[in-house]
Design a protein around this ligand. Structure first.
Ligand code: ADP
Ligand code: MG
Length: 139
């Protein structure tokens, strides 16, 4: 387990981290986006998706109510989950979970909701730091 922390003083810094991650993600990879409400999880997911899609204007809504949104990009299919409202871990199977793991790249807000179903993943924990944010990455 290795960990390091990155300062994200503004959204531009989050965009840069998103681009760096997007360039390294491969089919089958899972990114867990942790942190409280407002910590910046959706903002980082949006930055990853915009970089992967090569479209800085790509509309990336928070999947708070839909629980998942799927994006086809030149780097593969991205599955953006927000599991805050997941009632049981097993409910994730109704969201295309197996296809996401086998054929896509998964970005998961509130990965804790998966309990024992959470696979090996890159963990990114976001926290408020002054006017900006801090990201702690665990591999
Ligand atoms: P979450 O998905 O964790 O609830 P959001 O991504 O919706 O959080 O972000 C909440 C707020 O934080 C947004 O208003 C967003 O503009 C702001 N924000 C996100 N990242 C940063 C950053 N690096 N610096 C400053 N503000 C940020
Ligand atoms: Mg969010």
């Amino acid at each position: 387990m290795s960990a390091f922390s990155i300062s994200l003083p503004d959204e531009r810094a989050t965009d840069q981290l998103g681009a760096t991650l997007a360039a390294r993600l491969r089919i089958g990879d899972v990114v867990g986006l942790k942190g409280e409400l407002g910590a910046g999880k959706t903002t980082l997911a949006r930055a990853i998706l915009r970089a992967a899609a090569e479209d800085a204007q790509l509309i990336v809504p928070s999947p708070t109510f839909t629980l998942v949104e799927v994006y086809e990009t030149p780097r593969g299919s991205f599955w953006h989950f927000d599991l805050y409202r997941l009632e049981t871990p097993e409910q994730v199977f109704e969201l295309g979970w197996e296809e996401a793991l086998a054929e896509g790249i998964s970005l998961i807000e509130w990965p804790e909701r998966l309990g024992p179903l959470l696979p090996r993943h890159l963990s990114v924990t976001l926290e408020v730091d002054g006017d900006g944010r801090r990201a702690l990455l665990d591999v």
